[in-house]
Design a protein around this ligand. Structure first.
Ligand code: KG4
Ligand code: ZN
Length: 344
C-alpha cells in the first residue's frame, strides 16, 4: 500500500493531563485510539503532576506502538504527526511534545501543534457511523476536570469564548463534592450513578450569581461542605443514609447551572445547535437535559461517543487532519504551552 494525497494518515499524541493517548486517523476516520489511563492518581485523590509526567514517559512508546499496530499501518505511511501543545500540565505536555518532535524528525514528516480545547470541540468532526457533525455556527460547551467553557464556533479555527469558569471546572466540582462524601477519585461518575436513584430536590443548594456566560463552582463546593458538616454533627450516619438524595441534589444544582447559561447563549445568539465535549459529557443528567431541550426548545444537540469525550488522541488527530489540509505546520522550535487560549 502506498500513500497517496487522498490518504492522509495522521499519528496523534495526547499527554496534557493524566491520560497518555496515541491515535491514527486516515483522513477523518479513526483507525485506532489507544488510551492509557493513569490509575496511580486514584490513591492521591487527584492528579499529581510529577507522577503524571513520569507515567507518560513510561506509557508513550507502548501507546504509539499499539496505535500503529491496531491501525495496521507501518510508520512509514504516516503523513504527519499531531500533538497537544497545550493547555495542560507542563511536565505532561513536555513528554508528548518532545516525543512528537523527535518522531517527526525521525520520519521526516510535518509536525502539527494542536490546542487541546479546540480538539475537544472539533472531536465532533471525526467520521463515525453513530455521530453527526454539527454545521457552523454552533455553540459548544466543554466540560471536564480541567475546563468549563461556552464557545461560539464560527468555523473550524474561528472560535470565540463566550464564558468560562472563574474558579473550579465542573468536573472538579463533581470530584470535590464526591470527596466530601468520602467517595474515591474521580468521584464524578459515582455521584452520577447514585444521583439516578435519588430525589434531586431533597436538599436545595444555592446557585451562584455570575455575570454573562461565566461560571463559578467553588461556592457550591463550600456550601456542600458546610451542609455535610452540619448534618453529620446531628447524625453521624447522615451521608450513608442519604447518599442518593445528596448526590441527586448536587447533580440537579450543577446541571441547572450549566443549562441556565447554555439556554441564555442559545436565546441571545439565536443558534440552536449545541455540541458538548469533555469528560463530564458522560453525565446522564446532562445528556437527558439536552435531549429534553431538543423536544421542548427545538435544539439540535451533538454528543460525541464517550471515547471522544474524555481526553484522547483521536480528537488531536482530527485537528491534525484539518490543519494538514490547510498546510498549517509547525517546526522543531515549538514548545509546550501550559496556558494556551483557544484564540491564541
Ligand atoms: O475530560 P476528562 O477525562 O479529563 C480532564 O479533566 O481533562 O474529564 C474527567 C472529569 C472528571 O472530573 C470526572 O469526575 C468527570 O470528568 N466525569 C463525570 C462523569 N464521568 C466523568 N462527571 C460527572 N458525571 C459523569 N458521569
Ligand atoms: Zn480535556
Amino acid at each position: 500500500m502506498t500513500n497517496t494525497d487522498k490518504n492522509i494518515y495522521i499519528l496523534a499524541i495526547e499527554s496534557s493531563c493524566d491520560d497518555t493517548s496515541a491515535a491514527v486517523l486516515l483522513n477523518k476516520k479513526k483507525l485506532s485510539n489507544v488510551i492509557a489511563t493513569q490509575k496511580i492518581h486514584e490513591a492521591f485523590g487527584g492528579v499529581v503532576p510529577e507522577l503524571a509526567s513520569r507515567a507518560h514517559q513510561q506509557n508513550i512508546v507502548p501507546a504509539v506502538h499499539q496505535a500503529l499496530a491496531k491501525a495496521n499501518i507501518d510508520k512509514k505511511l504516516v503523513s504527519a504527526i499531531a500533538f497537544t501543545r497545550g493547555p495542560g500540565l507542563m511536565g505532561s505536555l513536555l513528554v508528548g511534545t518532545s516525543f512528537a518532535k523527535s518522531m517527526a524528525l525521525g520520519l521526516n514528516v510535518p509536525l502539527i501543534e494542536v490546542n487541546h480545547m479546540q480538539a475537544h470541540i472539533l472531536s465532533h468532526f471525526i467520521e463515525e457511523e453513530e455521530m453527526e457533525a454539527p454545521s457552523f455556527p454552533f455553540i459548544a460547551l466543554t466540560i471536564s476536570g480541567g475546563h468549563t467553557q461556552i464557545v461560539l464556533v464560527k468555523d473550524y479555527f474561528d472560535m470565540e469564548v463566550l464564558g468560562e469558569t472563574l474558579d473550579d471546572a465542573v468536573g472538579e466540582a463533581y470530584d470535590k463534592s464526591a470527596k466530601i462524601l468520602g467517595l474515591p477519585y474521580p468521584g464524578g461518575p459515582l455521584v452520577d450513578k447514585y444521583a439516578q436513584l435519588g430525589n434531586p430536590k431533597a436538599f436545595p443548594f444555592p446557585k451562584p450569581k455570575v455575570e454573562g456566560y461565566n461560571f463559578s463552582f467553588s461556592g457550591l463546593k463550600t456550601s456542600i461542605l458546610y451542609f455535610i458538616q452540619r448534618e453529620t454533627k446531628k447524625n453521624p450516619h447522615f451521608i450513608e443514609e442519604n447518599l442518593n438524595d445528596i448526590c441527586a441534589s448536587i447533580q440537579y444544582t450543577i446541571v441547572g447551572i450549566l443549562m441556565h447559561k447554555l439556554e441564555k447563549a442559545v436565546q441571545q445568539l439565536g443558534i440552536k445547535q449545541v455540541a458538548i465535549g469533555g469528560g463530564v459529557s458522560a453525565n446522564s443528567a446532562i445528556r437527558k437535559a439536552l435531549k429534553e431541550r431538543e423536544k421542548t426548545l427545538g435544539w439540535k444537540t451533538y454528543i460525541p461517543k464517550f471515547e471522544y469525550c474524555t481526553d484522547n488522541a483521536a480528537m488531536i488527530g482530527i485537528v491534525g487532519y484539518l490543519k494538514y489540509l490547510d498546510g498549517d505546520f509547525t517546526n522543531q522550535g515549538t514548545v509546550a504551552k501550559a496556558r494556551y487560549k483557544i484564540t491564541d
